[in-house]
Ligand binder design. Structure first.
Ligand SMILES: NC(=O)c1ccc[n+]([C@@H]2O[C@H](COP(=O)([O-])OP(=O)(O)OC[C@H]3O[C@@H](n4cnc5c(N)ncnc54)[C@H](O)[C@@H]3O)[C@@H](O)[C@H]2O)c1
Ligand SMILES: [Zn+2]
Ligand SMILES: [Zn+2]
Length: 353
């Protein structure tokens, strides 16, 4: 495929910060990309040279026990480490060692299974966001099992959190509250996702604040859209980022466990590494919580999301803040990592486009 648009995901930052085991020098990152078919292998039947295509971030076979049940992100045939994680483009040899799409060209294995041609009415900018961020945010809301009128708290106002908050309304939420510490992103949560917002640095105890705000019951549903590199707890941060003693700093996840009501549901979209993490599991158990999580099975979300985009309920590209040529991708990673220049989502434009 000749790549026409790629994007940088919050997950790429875990690679960039050295948290993902077996990330090898020379590995090409990038799991959000769309483009044009440049050449096809001898067994490919569904795609032709010149087709405009979008590719889910998961690589999957379409026929194993998991794929047969729609669990594409858990495919058993595409990664030697398949018992731990599925196949993901540009996401280290832990995830199969497939080179990714932050490049001029990318090889797409099992091309009859994952990719689809982009509908004529869909813009490339929207399509690239459907290959991960939007599908994941929507999946996050789905796993929350939101019932009509539910109070939903979303931790993280990055692309995944913003889309999860917006999707929560589509699933019947009565209140949506987004928590972060970056004011420019909380502003986006208000304007793009129509959510209430909470800057966790402005309240002493975020859990107590959320409890007070929900009649001391707690929220019905919490969505973790932060993952392994959460801020807000020095000890968790040091044991993860500096000493690599755990596979992620579960600050947001622990806040989620503490701030939902008993019997509530927690949906974890934030990514955690394969190592142990200091999660408050006993509290989750004693509160009778339901914990749901996965890498998003992207293609499963597409039929529904295509309709939402076509009807104008979701305008995916509204969260894009930056477009950079591929040659400047190093600066783009730095900007996104340090959250400079009010960066939310960066699209990468290869010069071959
Ligand atoms: N499950 C999946 O399939 C899947 C797919 C895509 C991304 N992800 C993961 O989702 C997470 C979010 O991705 P993104 O692209 O939105 O990343 P991002 O880095 O743009 O956003 C993360 C946000 O969390 C905020 N944050 C940090 N600590 C917090 C805390 N304690 N409480 C609340 N907010 C906090 C940050 O300020 C930031 O705005 C990442 O962990 C990423 O790896 C998972
Ligand atoms: Zn991603
Ligand atoms: Zn499979």
């Amino acid at each position: 495929m000749r790549v026409t648009r790629a994007a940088i995901c919050g997950s790429d930052l875990h690679l960039y910060h050295g948290l993902m085991p077996d990330t090898r020098i020379g590995h090409t990152f990038g799991h959000e990309f769309v483009g044009v078919v440049d050449e096809v292998g001898p067994t490919v039947q569904n795609l032709q040279v010149g087709d405009r295509v979008m590719v889910p971030f998961n690589i999957f076979c379409g026929s194993c026990w998991y794929c047969a049940r729609g669990l594409y992100s858990n495919c058993h045939n595409v990664n030697p480490n398949a018992t731990a994680v599925g196949g993901i483009y540009g996401y280290s040899h832990t995830c199969g060692g497939y080179d990714g799409g932050q490049a001029e060209y990318v090889r797409v294995p099992l091309a009859d299974v994952g990719p689809v041609t982009i509908p004529d009415w869909m813009d490339d900018d929207d399509a690239v966001l459907l290959t991960d961020a939007l599908a994941t945010g929507y999946f996050g809301a789905q796993l929350g099992d939101i019932a009509g009128g539910d109070v939903v708290v979303v931790f993280g106002a990055g692309p995944v959190g913003l889309y999860a908050a917006l999707s929560s309304w589509l699933m019947g939420a009565g209140r949506v509250i987004v928590v972060d510490h970056l004011d420019y992103r909380l502003e986006k949560a208000r304007t793009f996702a129509h959510a209430e917002t909470l800057n966790f640095t402005e309240v002493g105890d975020v859990v107590l604040h959320l409890k007070r705000d929900t009649g001391f019951l707690g929220a019905d549903v919490a969505i973790d859209a932060v993952g392994a590199e959460a801020d807000g707890n020095f000890l968790q941060h040091v044991t993860t980022a500096k000493f690599k003693l755990q596979g992620g700093s579960p600050v947001a996840l622990n806040w989620a466990i503490d701030s939902v009501r008993k019997g509530g549901t927690i949906s974890v979209m934030g990514a955690y590494g394969p190592l142990f993490s200091a999660v408050k599991f006993g509290d989750a158990m004693n509160k009778g919580l339901t914990l749901r999580m996965n890498q998003c099975p992207v293609k499963r979300q597409w039929p529904r999301l295509f309709e939402h985009v076509r009807q104008g309920y979701i305008k995916p590209a509204d969260i894009v803040t930056h477009r950079v040529p591929l040659e400047h991708i190093a600066e783009a990673y730095h900007m996104f990592s340090a959250k400079l220049d009010d960066c939310i989502k960066t699209l990468v434009l290869p010069s071959a486009a």
